[in-house]
Ligand binder design. Structure first.
Ligand code: GLN
Length: 486
């Protein structure tokens, strides 16, 4: 069965021409999920009946001559952090195990309005805290390129599902790298849009000043197609920006002659995997051959990004997660002496280890007496990091770096050492702290066949340049032809 291996562009063209029917393609995807997801665990919930229903509606509309656009009738996955009306939305946590959302997130609604067939909710690290999808209450997701390895995280279910062709694209979220890092480890394209580009309404909050939703797909063009649908202002998210959404596909084929590419020396450090470093340098050299003007730059405060992030993100999380108290949402412990005891026990049993660790760190960093020393200081560092980028973008149009310092690591390899796990995001975190757009695209494989990714960072709201540069690189390579062995 070849259908699931197509790209969004390919499948949508066939749907538009009525060569494939949405029902047929949805059935093919559901069948493949049935065959291989037992090995991957990339879905927490598969919406088989509902997906067929969506597909039938799409089919009816299309055969009556109403074709909505490139996602019409296309099976898509959704990280289980996005609320979907009438469907359980777990955020990878026991505390929301049986939470049925009473409403759609804006992203969910936009996908539905575009005619997409949402086939299921993808696995993720609990409350998006993690870099390996091992922190899911629903068990770890495995990497389709090597089942002994992690798919990255926290959107690891989305990445594994797209990579193994269990949906054509998925929407993930990225607070410190959770779209780009799993995209890299699974050989995909993953875009974190500028903070404010995509509505966060109905996207369960982890660290609200950093969280942003975005696509994971097989090609840059597919990412552009999905961004066209999900981007835009939303009166229900006061941080979403009211600026027009361009057609992100229209500039893809413009060349990149003269595009100024900065390569920050702080991102090529000791400890980075040599095969990763070589692949990324080769990619930058190809961009130069294609007309890019490459120069070395400096982002001097990079080394403080991980420390600042791991104070700011937990601080915001400790506040955001206060709402899970057994009263308003989901899981509750009943054998409690009194209300306080119920809160204690519900949170003790409902949250996993990493989430509790973050709540404790965050509560400490915000507590009176420590606030100035930790939270406030981290905010100051954040400002310096943002300024580094502002200075750099006076000289260059995009910045190129490795996405992850190493390819997919083994399941269990870092679970006992949180610091080691946190360092997986060393190259992705600064972009979130500065609110910038960032994309990861495949740029090679290790000698053992694991995918490697190139990260491209851009100016605020300049996703167009990122996508154009990424697309130009992609069409001059053939990494996307390679499929995982599963
Ligand atoms: N891995 C990072 C963390 O654990 C980033 C997670 C994310 O982007 N959601 O916080």
């Amino acid at each position: 069965m070849e259908l699931p291996f197509l790209t969004i562009r390919e499948v949508s063209e066939s749907i538009k021409k009525k060569e494939i029917s949405p029902v047929e393609i949805t059935q093919a995807i559901l069948e493949r999920i049935g065959e291989v997801d037992g090995k991957l665990n990339s879905y927490i919930t598969v919406l088989a009946d509902q997906a067929i229903q969506f597909a039938k509606e799409a089919e009816k509309l299309i055969s009556s001559g109403t074709y909505i656009g490139p996602l019409h009738g296309v099976p898509i996955g959704l990280k289980d952090i996005f609320c979907m009306k009438g469907v359980r939305t777990t955020c990878g946590s026991k505390i929301l195990e049986n939470f049925i959302s009473p409403y759609d997130a804006t992203v969910t609604r936009k996908l539905k309005d575009a005619g997409a067939v949402i086939v299921g909710k993808n696995n993720m690290d609990e409350f998006a805290m993690g870099s390996s999808t091992e922190n899911s209450y629903f068990g770890p997701t495995r990497n389709p390129w090597d089942l002994e390895r992690v798919p990255g995280g926290s959107s690891g279910g989305s990445a594994a599902a797209v990579s193994a062709s269990l949906c054509f694209g998925s929407i993930g979220t990225d607070t410190g790298g959770s779209i780009r890092q799993p995209a890299t480890l699974c050989g995909l394209v993953g875009l974190k849009p500028t903070y404010g580009r995509v509505s966060r309404f109905g996207m369960i909050a982890f660290a609200s000043s950093l969280d942003q939703g975005g696509p994971l797909t097989k090609t840059v063009e597919d990412t552009a197609l999905m961004l066209n649908i999900i981007a835009g202002n939303d009166s229900r998210d006061s941080t979403s920006v009211n600026s027009p959404v361009p057609d992100y596909t229209s500039c893809l084929n413009d060349g990149i002659k003269g595009v100024k590419v900065g390569v920050p020396r702080e991102y090529f450090i000791k400890g980075i995997d040599t095969e990763v470093e070589e692949a990324v340098k080769r990619a930058i050299a190809l961009v130069e051959d294609l007309g890019g003007v490459v120069e070395e730059i400096s982002l001097p405060h990079t080394k403080h990004a991980v420390s600042a992030y791991y104070l700011l993100a937990p601080s915001e999380a400790s506040s955001n997660l206060a709402r899970y108290d057994g009263v308003k949402y989901g899981f509750r412990v009943y054998d409690a002496e009194n209300l306080r005891d119920m809160y204690f026990k519900t949170r003790a049993e409902g949250f996993g280890r990493e989430v509790k660790r973050r709540i404790m760190i965050g509560t400490y960093a915000l507590s009176s007496g420590y606030y100035d020393a930790y939270y406030l200081k981290a905010q100051r560092v954040r400002t310096l990091i943002k300024k580094d980028f502002e200075d750099a973008f006076k000289k260059v149009d995009v910045i190129m770096t490795p996405t992850s310092p190493e390819p997919a690591f083994k399941i269990g390899e870092k679970t006992d050492d949180p610091l080691k796990m946190y360092l997986s995001d060393i190259f992705t975190i600064p972009c979130n702290l500065a609110g910038l757009p960032g994309i990861s695209i495949p740029c090679g494989f290790t000698s053992t066949g694991l995918p490697i990714g190139l990260q491209i960072l851009g100016k605020p709201f300049d996703e167009e340049t990122l996508l154009r540069v990424a697309h130009n690189y992609e069409i001059h390579t053939n990494w996307k032809e390679k499929r995982p062995p599963i």
